[in-house]
Ligand binder design. Structure first.
Ligand code: UGA
Length: 468
């Protein structure tokens, strides 16, 4: 199948590379000349496992790069729209990029084609895309608009794309659904997974993945509802973690106890410093906005967002409680990206926390395996970027763990202890066992678990709980 993918951002680039790996002829379209030149010359703009291999494999062969949307549309049977839908000031999704793509491709529709929404868009967007294409001269029976939401996560984008839990095909005609099903056939008939050169899958992969055929509007809603549900799950467990801290329970034990109920499931039940990234915060606001527009006041989403904000503030209070005053304190910080495994710092709770700490007079020595270059652009004064966790710990009054990189879960603890000015670790991702940290001589604070103190130190109160 000849496919155009419009937009070479996270989703577009990964989708383009994966479609090529599935055997399709892909043209990846972008109007950013610099980005195109970089991609053509072999650069990989994002930190994503297996993406360098796929680009290397298909660049200039099954994967071409172009700035000519009109021609790419003309040459393709399916046009996937994966451009940005950033939030406006009011929290709605800004659909102006989607609209301009719809306008530009109309002239390239010279035979039956499908236009597929891959970006996360509000329900009803497909109707607008159709209207815009018709207004610009395309024949009503020469195209269909479909929704094929993408559920990949940053950091595991390629495997998420090629080994999805499900493939959602939102189409309002059989003809349109058939084109999308043909595109995904290498996954849904299992043939991709039998290939010797297939990208290796994760342990949990369901092979082959099921295809769920829905109406276009349902597919649009599935994407927003999925992200909102996952964010709700995170806020829920963060709220439970706060209760655990108040009563002296252990959130990890609670998670095990509730996550083993197959109706709840253990994934996305990790408490932390709140969710971030380019998707959950933006999509929750957009979903709430769409709900309002169609007459439903989705207040549950307000609460999910409030708990998320509160979670970051609680962590700040935890740092204050551990160190008393903050002015002039030196803090080692591990992790700047919005989560482990990525260099993306958009809406990163780690960055927001560092900014708050600096504002309160701290000096921060920060380390992240992938996100330092990006972080340098937003963190300027009173932040030193260092080359390892041990350098971050050197001379610091405390060490803060803000993202769950694997590297941070396997630190040489005696070395960290020796480097720190005071052996205090405040872990926003629960990477360590509290008793083990105490045994290594640390005062250790985490989320939803009682603090652990090295033997001989007085506990904060009679139950040994944190007072927050
Ligand atoms: C999220 C969804 O998981 C994807 O399915 C979706 O395709 C994507 O948004 C999107 O809409 O494009 P992503 O933003 O890459 O993916 O990252 P997640 O792994 O979902 O993490 C989001 C945030 O939640 C991170 O800050 C992470 O640290 C936090 N999180 C996640 C927790 O605090 N606890 C958890 O248990 C899981």
């Amino acid at each position: 199948m000849r496919i155009a993918v419009v937009g070479s951002g996270y989703v577009g680039l990964v989708a383009g590379a994966c479609f090529a790996d599935m055997g399709h002829e892909v043209i990846l379209v972008d109007n950013d000349q610099q980005k195109l030149a970089a991609l053509r010359s072999g650069q990989v703009p994002i930190h994503e496992r297996f993406l360098p291999e796929l680009l290397q494999r298909h660049r200039g062969k099954k994967l071409q790069f172009s700035d000519n949307l009109h021609e790419a549309a003309r040459a393709s049977t399916a046009i996937f729209v994966a451009v940005g839908t950033p939030p406006t000031n009011s929290g709605d999704a800004d659909l102006s990029y989607v609209e301009s793509v719809a306008r530009e491709i109309s002239g390239g529709i010279d035979g039956y084609k499908i236009v597929v929404e891959k970006s996360t868009v509000p329900v009803y967007t497909s109707e607008w895309v159709r209207k815009i294409i018709l207004r610009n001269g395309a024949q009503a029976d020469s195209f269909d608009v479909a929704s094929n939401p993408e559920f990949l996560r940053e950091g595991t984008a390629v495997t998420d794309f090629l080994f999805p839990d499900r493939i959602v095909v939102g189409a309002d005609s059989d003809r349109c659904a058939a084109v999308l099903q043909e595109i995904y056939a290498p996954l849904s008939d299992g043939s991709y997974y039998k290939r010797a050169d297939a990208i290796p899958g994760p342990d949990r992969a369901q092979i082959p993945p099921p295809v769920i055929v829905t109406s276009t509007k349902s597919a649009e809603l599935i994407k927003h509802a999925s992200n909102a549900f996952l964010a709700m799950k995170i806020s829920f467990i963060n709220a439970v973690a706060s209760m655990c801290e108040s009563v002296g329970a252990n959130v990890q034990q609670v998670c095990q106890g509730i996550g083993t109920d197959s109706r709840i499931g253990p994934r996305f039940l990790n408490p932390g410093i709140g969710y971030g990234g380019s998707c959950f915060p933006k999509d929750l606001m957009a979903f709430r906005s769409v709900a309002r527009e169609v007459g439903y006041d989705f207040r549950l989403l307000d609460e999910v967002m409030r708990i998320n904000e509160e979670q970051r503030q609680r962590f700040l209070r935890k740092v204050r409680n551990a160190l008393w005053t903050l002015r002039g304190k030196r803090l080692g910080v591990l992790g700047l990206a919005f989560k482990g495994g990525t260099d993306d710092i958009r809406e990163s709770p780690a960055i927001l926390l560092v900014q708050s700490l600096v504002q309160e007079g701290c000096v921060v020595a920060a380390y992240d395996p992938a996100a330092m270059e990006r972080a340098r652009e937003v963190l300027r004064s009173n932040v030193e970027f260092v080359g390892s966790p041990y350098e971050a710990a050197a001379g610091a009054d405390a060490l803060l763990i803000l993202t769950e990189w694997e590297e941070f879960a396997t630190l040489d603890l005696p070395q960290i202890n020796r480097k720190l000015r005071y052996p205090i670790v405040i872990d926003g991702r629960n990477l360590y066992n509290p008793e083990m940290m105490a045994a290594h001589g640390f005062t250790y604070y985490s989320v939803g678990r009682a603090p652990a103190l090295p033997e001989g130190l007085p506990t904060g109160d009679s139950r040994g709980n944190q007072k927050i």
